[in-house]
Ligand binder design. Structure first.
Ligand code: UD1
Length: 412
């Protein structure tokens, strides 16, 4: 049985780091921060704004001075969409912010209109000038916010902004992801009053002077799920440890439906797939607790070698099927109809040279390569280093035959 320890969640660490900007002459201490490219990008952004950051062995301290800069540099923001998470804290803290429209994975148009509309309701004046958001306010006010869709980033930006605003802000149709709960715990430890995180309605009573706090980042449910699926695809035995198994239920229930048994213990989940064949299933990506869109390419890889037909409907993002063309090069049979794909399972995949178009697509192509007959070469791994700590080391420890080519080195 190969064991793999789950890293801290990238998507929890990024907003929690941004929340440090709400402090004034105080320190935020974080444990279990994953050593990833996106984490370094956020650290560089916070440093640019004036914070001092120390990061070693999973512990990060962020010291925030009395004065902060409020203009964010385009080169850092374009690297990563999650840079938009500094917008809420900066407006609340400095009364001003300039943010070039962010970049990130090539998965759909990904606007930030929900963030901007909600900040405007709280009293921010927002203008778009030459591709950058210019926001200013003489003071934010509490408000009732309703999101058309439970956007993770918009919920996080408003939670953070509201944490500095006296009075009660209510977010309706809020995102319910565990990462939102981790951020709420952080803001509460800093002195804000928050209720309802993890449900669709969050109440926040802010306070003008937040204080130093220490927080532990939750486990990364997408990383853990990716290694479980590596176990499935290679018909091996994999146990992912240091995880909250309830975060993985959308996956473990689907695996059960496909005929793949999982074993759950209080802080680990395992699969034992020797000699097992699985059947096709139908699934739809949804906001948490639905099936995560960030796991859609990896489960698709698994369903490419299922018995029978599978259907996946991607309902969170448009154009999140960039990996399908590459999957086909490895012998899979997939038909795309808008945001739905129909997969006809094949008994065997064949190795090929393929390109990772985004972070999770890259992880899924590596899973395909592990299962395929012959050698596969996955190129453009720079996306993968944004989200997976020591990916090759962890797969090698699980028994994979994988080698990192010199020009694809992990540059964390
Ligand atoms: C976060 C995750 C990302 C994950 C996604 C959905 C981080 C750093 N990233 O991204 O890995 O794939 O949640 O689980 O946590 N939308 C709008 N307008 C907006 C905001 C969003 O139309 O202002 C749309 C998006 O285009 C998308 C959907 O809402 O179709 C969901 O996006 P959202 O939940 O905001 O995702 P992110 O926070 O960007």
């Amino acid at each position: 049985m190969g064991k793999v320890k789950t890293q801290g969640a990238k998507n929890a660490a990024l907003p929690v780091m941004a929340a440090a900007l709400l402090l004034r002459g105080q320190r935020l201490t974080l444990d279990r921060v994953p050593d990833l490219q996106d984490i370094h990008t956020m650290a560089d952004l916070l440093r640019h704004l004036g914070a001092t950051i120390d990061f070693a062995n999973g512990r990060m301290t962020i010291d925030v001075p009395d004065e902060l800069k409020w203009e964010t540099p385009a080169d850092l923001v374009r690297k990563m969409r999650a840079s938009s998470l500094v917008l809420g804290p900066l407006i609340a803290r400095c009364g001003r912010a300039i943010l070039p429209l962010p970049g990130g994975c090539a998965i759909g148009s990904r606007p930030i209109d929900f963030h901007l509309k909600a900040l405007a309701r709280m009293g921010a004046e927002i203008d778009l000038e030459q591709g950058s958001v210019h926001a200013k306010t003489s003071g934010l006010r509490s408000a009732r916010i309703y999101f058309d869709f439970p956007s993770v980033g918009a919920t996080e930006n408003i939670l953070m902004a509201a944490a500095l605003v006296p009075g009660e802000t209510v977010i309706e149709n809020a995102a319910r992801e565990p990462e939102i709960v981790n951020l709420s715990e952080t803001l509460r430890a800093m002195g804000a009053q928050i209720e309802g995180e993890g449900t669709g309605t969050i109440h926040i009573k802010g306070c003008r002077d937040l204080k130093s706090a220490s927080v532990t980042i939750i486990p990364d449910r997408i990383e853990a799920s990716t290694y479980l699926l590596a176990g499935v695809m290679t018909r091996g035995n994999v146990e992912v440890t240091d995880i909250a198994p309830e975060y993985l239920e959308a996956l473990t229930f689907k695996l059960d439906e496909a005929g793949i048994p999982t074993t759950v213990s209080p802080n680990s989940v395992s699969v034992a797939c020797k000699g097992i064949n699985w059947k096709g299933v139908t699934l739809k990506t949804l906001p948490y607790p639905g099936f995560p869109t960030d796991l859609q390419p990896q489960i698709m890889a698994t369903l490419c070698i299922a018995e029978g037909t599978s259907v996946i409907h991607e309902s969170v993002f448009d154009s999140r099927y960039m990996h399908v063309g590459e999957f086909k090069r490895m012998g899979s049979k997939i038909d795309i109809q808008g945001n739905t794909v129909v997969i006809t399972g094949v008994p065997l995949l064949t190795g090929a040279e393929v390109h990772a178009s985004d972070l999770r697509a890259g992880a899924a192509l590596i899973l395909m390569g592990l299962a395929a007959e012959g050698e596969s070469v996955v190129c453009s791994l720079k996306h993968v280093w944004r989200g997976y700590e020591d990916l090759t080391g962890k797969l090698l420890a699980l028994g994979a035959d994988i080698e990192l080519l010199a020009d694809e080195k992990e540059e964390a």
